[in-house]
Design a protein around this ligand. Structure first.
Ligand SMILES: [Zn+2]
Length: 167
């Protein structure tokens, strides 16, 4: 049926004027280094922390990275959780500097830098970035970021997004 395909006859897209911003995490090199090092320091346990910065459409611009303690003492190697009181403190301190929570990060000791079903179940900040670094034998390897898309707990999903270093 290939004869039916006539790619040159496709009419021009009428929605070209609509601004579409690609989901992206923009992060300064020192901040990226810091969260990757954190994963090496807590190995073979998971590290976790918060990304403070500004939302710019579908892009998150990180200004600083705040380390948090992992409260999942029952399963430190494959779970992470930030104490809600610590999160409130981080959020307040950020607001005083005009910054919002734009994402979270954690490490995957000896596992790929891809989200797990548990990661998705426990992610509740729609529109935020979730950064995962794989730490192989104590060394930070791949770092990936996923935007938590959707508009409710029922429709939430992780979408891969590019990480771009700034400054
Ligand atoms: Zn995870």
């Amino acid at each position: 049926m290939a004869w039916l395909v006539r790619p040159n006859s496709v009419s021009p897209c009428l929605c070209a004027s609509v601004v579409i911003t690609t989901a992206m995490l923009l992060i300064p090199q020192p901040a990226l280094d810091s969260l990757r090092r954190h994963g090496e320091e807590t190995y073979p346990h998971e590290c976790c922390g918060v990304l403070l910065g500004r939302m710019n459409g579908n892009q998150r611009v990180v200004e600083s990275v705040v380390r948090a303690g992992n409260t999942r003492l029952d399963s430190l190697h494959n779970r992470y959780s930030i104490d809600p009181r610590e999160l409130v403190r981080i959020q307040r301190a950020g607001r005083e500097r005009g910054l919002d929570i734009v994402g979270f990060y954690h490490s995957h000791p000896d596992h790929p830098a891809h989200w797990s079903q548990t990661d998705l179940a426990e992610a509740h900040w729609l529109g935020c970035s979730y950064v995962i670094t794989s730490v192989e034998k104590g060394r930070a390897a791949v770092t990936n970021s996923f935007a938590l898309a959707g508009d409710s707990e029922e429709s939430k999903r992780f979408e891969p997004e590019a990480i771009e270093q700034i400054e």
